[in-house]
Write a protein that binds this ligand. Structure first.
Ligand SMILES: Cc1ncc(COP(=O)(O)O)c(C=O)c1O
Length: 391
């Protein structure tokens, strides 16, 4: 047993593709501690600094006192507790949809929803850079898959023409993200909506990295572009800007009822801990408040500062466009990315290298993320270090 994966692991090491866990010994925040050393964290998805926010902690603690720690069963058996329903009502209201359904993770939301939505002989057309959860959900569905080059509307159009010709009468589902997780750029949403209408297709949009960041009160890109009603399946996660954990689907009531009946990752999994649902509800309430909007605007101030300073480091223009809180510093070579991450760490910054298979081979990068909790001085220090390392 010991040698079972030894060769494969060696192969990973030889190509600088091996991964390791690092132990963080304090709560998430703009600074973390590893091995007794403080590092400024520029890789978290906690874009609004809510993961350790007193409002969320308080909501979770009261829910623990009232409902205990575990949900005890799946939602359809005896695990459907009041915090789950309160959260779903708040999410639907915030996103402006009829209903919503929460899953234990964003990954589980994709894995349960896509196969419930389409099946064999239906067609899924997805963006090349879609997150693994969407790809895995699409594969699991058994539908015919077509992939279009990243944000290439022309290629998407020809796939849709093909789907309508070769699979007439079947469902055609377009899947994309509003903000791409490893590149930080945005989907051309209005053009996608025009196409979906022209071809009578359905559109599933993963807003994982847009909610809390983009749109009024952080409601996401669909809301910002005024096309929310055209999105058939709005997916998101509570685990990034909302600071907690879990995934959700927002949409019409019949979609949600169908998922309750068919989404296997929902049906056959214990309900998320009620305290997490209560904390997520506190996050949604915060985002919907004027104070939440102020925090989101502060995040955009930080994003603009990062963009300005990164420009002066000599990074490529495509790596410094401020479409979201994510700045991909694309290095290319895997070993070079690891070396840069190590050099940044020795300067006091935590920015792990992102490599294949999360991104394509030869497209390794340092994925820099900025949050509202960063001080302007911390962003300056990071950009000074990048300037030193990149020349
Ligand atoms: C675009 C995208 N979708 C879905 C997920 C999965 O969400 P979760 O972390 O809640 O499982 C992620 C998280 O990595 C993501 O980046």
């Amino acid at each position: 047993m010991q040698d079972l994966f030894a060769e494969e692991l060696e192969e990973l090491r030889a190509h600088s593709l091996d991964r390791h866990l690092r132990e963080i010994t304090i709560a998430q925040g703009p600074e973390v501690e590893i091995g007794g050393r403080r590092l400024i964290n520029f890789s978290s998805n906690d874009y609004l600094g809510l993961a350790n926010d007193p409002r969320l902690r308080k909501a979770a603690t009261s829910a623990v006192n009232e409902f205990g720690v575990g949900a005890g069963a799946s939602r359809l058996i005896t695990g459907n507790l009041s915090p789950h329903l309160s959260l779903e009502r708040a999410l639907a209201k915030w996103k402006g949809t009829e209903a919503s359904l929460c899953f234990s993770s964003g990954y589980a939301a994709a894995l349960g929803t896509i196969p419930a939505f389409v099946g064999k002989d239906d067609v899924i057309v997805l963006d090349k850079l879609c997150h693994a959860s969407l790809i895995d959900g699409a594969r699991l569905s058994g539908a015919v898959l077509r992939v279009f080059p990243h944000n290439h509307v022309g290629k998407l159009e020809s796939h849709l023409e093909w789907a309508r010709r070769e699979h007439s009468g079947r469902r055609v589902l377009i899947i994309t993200e509003s903000v791409f997780s490893m590149d930080g750029d945005r989907a051309p949403l209005r053009e996608l909506v025009d196409l979906k209408k022209r071809f009578s297709a359905l559109l599933m949009l993963d807003e994982a990295h847009a909610v809390g960041v983009i749109g009024p009160n952080g409601r996401g890109l669909a809301m910002a572009e005024n096309v929310s009603e055209e999105i058939d399946v709005q997916m998101g996660t509570l685990s990034k800007a909302l600071g907690t954990s879990g995934g959700y689907i927002c949409g019409c009531r019949t979609l949600i009822e169908w998922l309750i009946n068919r989404a296997r990752s929902f049906i056959y999994s214990t309900a998320p801990p009620p305290a997490i649902a209560a904390a997520a509800l506190a996050a949604v309430d915060f985002l919907a408040s004027p104070e939440g909007e102020e925090r989101r605007l502060l995040l955009w101030e930080r994003i603009s500062l990062m963009q300005d300073l990164l420009r002066r480091t000599g990074l490529k223009e495509q790596d410094v466009a401020a479409h979201s809180a994510i700045f991909p510093w694309i290095v290319g070579d895997e070993k070079a990315a690891l070396d840069l991450a190590a050099a940044l760490q020795s300067e006091g910054f935590l920015v792990p290298a992102i490599r294949y298979p999360t991104v394509a081979k030869g497209a390794a990068r340092l994925r820099l993320t900025v949050t509202a909790a960063h001080e302007a001085a911390q962003i300056r220090e990071l950009c000074d270090a990048i300037k030193r390392l990149s020349c």
